[in-house]
Design a protein around this ligand. Sequence first.
Ligand code: NAD
Length: 329
Amino acid sequence: MKTVFFGTRAEEKECIEKWAEKYGYEVCTRTDFLTEENAAETYGYDAVGIVVNCRVTEKIAKTLSEAGVRYLLTRAAGTDHLDMEAIQRYNIKAANVPIYSPNAIAEHTILLTLSALRHLKEQIMRNEKYNFSIAGLQGRELRNMTVGIVGTGRIGCTTIQGLSGFGCKMLAYDKWERKDMKQFVTYVTLDELLLSSDVLIFHCPLTEDNYHMINEASLKKCKQGVVIVNCARGGLLDHEAVLKALKSGRVGALAMDVYEKEQLFLRKDKSREGLQDELIKELLMREDVIYTSHTAFYTDEAISNIIETSFQNLYEYVTTGECANEVSG
Ligand code: NAD
């Protein structure tokens, strides 16, 4: 079984080699991402490992299939970077890592929430200029706030449990209500959640139904000064509309780990070249916008779990022809 892993970070290499040895699989690790230009270089490999910013298009799926690749192993929970219709059409089996450490993302979400409420970015920016005045830095305490969580799956529930210690009132919106969460949250409609929340947290997948669910119209329903925290997917927010709302004060702060057009720069050092996307440039310059570049998952525990599960996925396919983590269309 020969596997090539794209987008391999230095700290993953050792872990990949450890698990490859354990399973007796041959592996090659590459630091570059899978693209239309290099997809043919997978010739001779049975499986291809990728990361979230390797977008598998119809063209790539076709090239992989022609190269003899049978399995695609994404080291991600989300699957919106995969054209599943094409992948299935070219008879490639794809598996993801749906659970690796909900705590990693939940802790990051709480970090971003508290950072936004206490103007942490602005404080750091002032300190760098030796400006230690505190005017305008007065924060807010969670115990007096209403937090609305959209999506109460694995990560949402972990965030809710973490936030429960802060004493805030919590509302939740999900298509499926979790009985075990009702001790912490009150389930409401999306409109009720938007109307009543001081902090809005997103933990739902990006689907066709909820693309830009936070837009000019929905922002009008939100409380004045609402803090938006997004560790799910960038496409949930219309960032143009959010920027306008930040300028008007309708949105008090935006803390995001994800951005709709992050594929343009994610995991790349753009410090010399700069960015082409004027919108993210404007957002990044603002004191009321905190951005972490899709690193919520990035902990020792999560990396180890992700790689272990990728090998388990491959082993299941090879030994049974099926995989519990198969991505459906
Ligand atoms: P999950 O499948 O366990 O839970 C998702 C929940 O969202 C489910 O309860 C589902 O019913 C609900 N949901 C689906 N569509 C919805 C909608 N339109 N409105 C409200 N709720 C909806 O997934 P999870 O493991 O909790 O992950 C949630 C999301 O977090 C993933 O889809 C992924 O996009 C994102 N994620 C981000 C990172 C990161 O590093 N920033 C890492 C992992 C996952």
